[in-house]
Design a protein. Structure first.
Length: 276
């Protein structure tokens, strides 16, 4: 199985939709391919993060009243019609079976009417509130998951060094681009090292910096011509995320430092990064 096939089947594998033979092939490929295994871990972390962070809306109190009122109205109409039909049947036919059939049909229509009313009320109450997450929101979830995973798995770095001339060449040989690497020790953000990561469906560079007893993961990958260049700040689940871009690269910094520290980190990194 190739990497392309494994990535294409990843969602089906995570959802348990594949046949046993295909699942075994993917499992074997994940054991042999570190890049695809990282993609699998990122997909898994993303799914867990979405399930934990997806919005939950509690039904308003008036919804129960509206449902009950609609059901009462439906019952009154159905019972009224059913009584008329039953009286007519008593006058025109003495057979009990016909009355039972008419009664059963009326309650079937009642159940259908109630279901339609309930679905309409729920749709009118909740659908306007539901909005699909934006691409930045989905990416933010991946970024937080990667940051947390690097701390929990004790895998902050693939190459641990405070020397930018050690970290940068290592990353250059592993990626199809050359990310900028600077040491900000004097500015209070010492370089700890770097590693490979997988975000937004591609391998990226993760530069790791320290800030007192905290860590900052700076994810870097090439910028596209249509990427937004304006800085974006997101606070979620106690983490600060800061995005910016230049003509060459996208940058996403993630940490549990305060917003002032992460803004200062961006300023110092930009000041030390060559402009093209």
């Amino acid at each position: 199985m190739t990497c392309e096939e494994a990535i294409e089947l990843m969602d089906g594998y995570l959802d348990g939709e594949l046949d046993p033979m295909t699942s075994r092939k993917i499992e074997q490929h994940l054991r042999d391919c570190r890049k695809c295994n990282q993609a699998y871990e990122a997909h898994t972390a993303l799914a867990h993060a979405i399930s934990r962070g997806a919005p939950y809306y509690r039904a308003p109190a008036e919804l129960r009243q509206r449902v009950q009122s609609s059901l009462r109205d439906a019952v009154d109409v159905s019972v009224s019609h059913g009584a008329t039909r039953e009286n007519h049947a008593l006058l025109t036919s003495p057979r009990t079976e016909r009355r039972l059939v008419l009664h059963k049909i009326s309650w079937n229509w009642l159940a259908l009417a109630a279901a339609i009313i309930l679905a309409a009320i729920i749709a009118s109450s909740f659908l306007p509130r539901l909005r699909p997450p934006t691409s930045n929101q989905l990416l933010a979830t991946q970024l937080i998951a990667s940051h947390v995973r690097s701390l929990m798995a004790n895998h902050l770095t693939d190459v641990a060094s405070s020397d930018q001339h050690t970290v940068k060449p290592w990353l250059d040989t592993k990626l199809d681009f050359a990310p900028p690497v600077v040491d900000l020790s004097i500015e209070g953000f010492p370089l700890i090292g770097g590693r490979l990561d997988y975000l937004d469906n591609r391998p990226v560079a993760a530069l790791v910096y320290g800030r007192r007893k905290h860590f900052i993961n700076l994810f870097v990958w090439p910028a596209a011509s249509d990427d937004a260049k304006a800085p974006i700040t997101i606070t979620r689940q106690g983490y600060q995320l800061l995005h910016w871009a230049d003509s060459d690269f996208n940058y996403w910094a993630v940490s549990d430092v305060n917003v002032n520290d992460i803004q200062l980190f961006k300023q110092q990194f930009e000041a030390r990064t060559p402009r093209h």
